[in-house]
Design a protein around this ligand. Structure first.
Ligand code: AMP
Length: 420
């Protein structure tokens, strides 16, 4: 490769056929299972107004403050490639009055996102998520349904050793009180906190709980826990979620210090990790965001959802058995006169939903049969001058080695009558 060759951008990936087949099978499974749970697909644009994310995700989050791909376009609009989906889906929900169409809206997406993070295995600058968002119910039944849906998809695609970590970060009232308590607790340790945590101390002290620094984790061991600040309703809600998980026989780990980096989350918060992954072991993060729709200008509407990273899922799925779509028939064409007949016959067979290939390199009989063999086809049809003259094509069965003659105008019906 010389230095004039244009390469892809750091942190982005090409998904070549060998890989895309795995993506397709994962996507098919996601679509199948979400539909069993009554979720319908929503597709939103790749870019949105920047203020959707600064308002919907929060100025002081890493995503908004450091990682967005934003620009001002020729018309002076501030635009951003979407770094997450919940704000976009909520925007669409409000814009299209989906709440008037139905009291509960259950939506799912499979989409590409953009964050300027430091690339490493399992972490990219363009990556993909699938996720669900359920709007309209504040009740714990839907929390349990959303979690069950995530788990069900992960198991069905062959993930093992899943761990569901769950917590409730309460209502805004609870968080207000907890925030004060946490600041009180952290005040004497302020000078020992990292620069990032010192910044978060005023803006968003709950996010200090996200720290990965061992000395901070140590300090935080004695920090107050949010459950002591739940309102009675918060507590009842969380206990019900847990009760339903028990009924569904879904195992979980209570994580009193699990909070989410995004501002709009309320009450149920969860993440699912897999020990099949290394350092980046989080497959999925989710929770309730009862305040989001209102914050974005809609009517107060409760919501809950999760987002799972597709690349991480694919990394975690061992022995992905996806098979290439099999070519069933290879038409061997020999000589100029045969080419029109070959292309027409291939088209007719394809119209009958029979996967058919033919040679476009004008190779020899031997080379074409070798190619057919490599493709592991069921049959080859041979068409050359001799066959055109006699109107009898040569049909070779690749599994038995048998060869027979079939009339040109009967071949499509004949192939249709066979099972592949
Ligand atoms: P988040 O939207 O940050 O809660 O992330 C949800 C899930 O998306 C994570 O659990 C990961 O599986 C995945 N994810 C987040 N960021 C990246 C990234 N930069 N590259 C690949 N996957 C990611």
């Amino acid at each position: 490769m010389n230095n004039k060759t244009i390469r892809s951008i750091k942190g982005t990936q090409d998904i070549l056929p060998e890989e895309s087949i795995k993506w397709q099978s994962l996507e098919n499974e996601i679509r199948k299972i979400t539909s069993h749970y009554g979720y319908e697909e929503i597709r939103t644009p790749a870019f949105e107004q920047t203020k959707l994310f600064s308002r919907g995700v929060g100025e002081e989050t890493d995503i908004v403050s450091k990682e967005m791909y934003s620009w001002t376009d020729q018309g002076g609009e501030n635009l951003t490639l979407k770094p997450e989906l919940t704000a976009s889906v909520a925007r669409a929900y409000i814009q299209h009055n989906l709440g008037l169409v139905s009291p509960v809206n259950k939506l799912y997406y499979i989409d590409a996102l953009f964050r300027r993070e430091r690339p490493q295995k399992g972490r990219y600058r363009q990556f993909h998520q699938f996720g669900v968002e359920a709007f309209g119910s504040e009740h714990p039944e839907i929390d349990a349904e959303v979690i069950a849906l995530a788990i069900s998809i992960f198991y069905s695609v062959g993930l093992e050793e899943l761990q569901l970590n769950i917590n409730s970060i309460g209502s805004p009232e609870c968080r207000k009180n907890y925030r004060i308590a946490l600041q009180e607790f952290l005040k004497p340790h302020f000078s020992n906190l990292s620069e990032t945590s010192q910044k978060r101390f005023n803006n968003n002290p709950l996010r200090i709980l996200d720290t990965k620094a061992p000395h901070e984790i140590n300090i935080l061991n004695d920090a107050p826990i949010i459950s002591n600040y739940w309102t009675d309703e918060d507590e009842t809600h969380f206990k019900k979620v847990i009760e339903y998980l028990d009924i569904l026989e879904i195992k979980y780990q209570l994580m009193p210090r699990l909070v989410r980096g995004l501002d709009y989350y309320t009450r149920t918060t969860f993440e699912i990790t897999s020990s099949n992954l290394g350092a980046q072991d989080a497959i999925c993060g989710g929770g309730r965001y009862d305040g989001l729709v209102e914050m974005l200008g809609g009517k107060p509407t409760p919501g809950i959802g999760f987002a799972a990273g597709m690349e991480r899922l694919l990394l975690a799925i061992k022995n992905n058995q996806s098979k290439k779509n099999k070519v069933q028939i290879y038409i061997v064409g020999l000589g100029d006169n045969a080419r029109g007949t070959v292309i027409k016959l291939a088209e007719e067979l394809r119209q009958q939903n029979i996967a058919t290939e033919f040679d476009v390199l004008r190779r020899s009989l031997k080379a074409q049969l070798r190619e057919a063999n490599k493709m592991d086809v069921s049959y080859a049809i041979i068409i050359g001058d001799k066959e055109l003259e006699s109107n009898q094509l040569e049909l070779k069965n690749f599994s038995t080695g048998d060869q027979q003659k079939i009339e040109l105008n009967k071949i499509v019906d004949h192939m249709n009558s066979l099972s592949f």
